[in-house]
Design a protein around this ligand. Structure first.
Ligand code: ADP
Length: 188
């Protein structure tokens, strides 16, 4: 399985696991527009961070789909949580892939405004929001590569994938993108 590549100064890596355990400077939450918590990875992050996370996210004024906001990490190992809102999947709707890419790009832009050099993403929108992971994974990885080309700040961008099917879809996407993009090299 293809699990590591380099894009400019950034190592992009794929691991199967639980994002709440990551020791990267920031972890990304697949949040909803309210930023008041929810199920899936959002619920797991709020449980692990403790009630102060909700106290802070209540003050952030929600978040548009395709955008991201940042909070502290509280009881997490990660110092920050970037709350990104991906789109609910609708087949053949042109806004959907654009909004998914935007959720990843805005997460990196918001993180880049802080002293963050390593960041971990879940697979945004591919749970309750229904985005087919085979379509979402190439968008996720290509968006991170595009950002890495112009932002040497990030040393590690890690995708933390909860189940083996999601892990396999991201590994396949990474393999295909390495074959297509000269800026992405195999370092596995
Ligand atoms: P969305 O509403 O954006 O689809 P979900 O939380 O429902 O978000 O699912 C997004 C992805 O996160 C799914 O692949 C799901 O299996 C995964 N996931 C759930 N819990 C965790 C966790 N603790 N760490 C990493 N990924 C998780």
């Amino acid at each position: 399985m293809q699990t590591r590549a380099r894009s400019s100064q950034t190592i992009i890596e794929l691991v199967q696991g639980d994002i709440t355990h990551q020791d990267t400077d920031a972890i990304v939450n697949a949040a909803n527009n309210s930023l008041l918590g929810g199920g899936g990875v959002d619920g797991a992050i709020h449980r692990a961070a403790g009630p102060q996370l909700l106290e802070e996210t209540r003050t952030l004024g929600g978040c548009e789909t395709g955008d991201a906001k940042i909070s502290r990490g509280y009881r997490l190992k990660a110092r920050y949580v970037v709350h990104a809102v991906g789109p609910v999947y609708r087949p053949n709707h042109p806004d959907v892939p654009r909004l998914l890419a935007s959720a990843y790009r805005r997460s990196l832009e918001v993180a880049a405004e802080h002293d963050i050099h390593s960041i971990a993403f879940p697979s945004i929108s591919t749970g309750v929001y229904g985005y087919p992971v085979a379509q979402a994974a190439p968008i996720a990885i290509a968006t991170v590569c595009d950002f890495a080309c112009s932002n040497p700040q990030f040393e590690i961008v890690r995708f933390v994938l909860f189940d083996s099917g999601t892990m396999r879809a991201f590994a396949d996407a990474l393999k295909h993108l390495i074959a297509q993009r000269p800026d992405l090299t195999d370092v596995s």
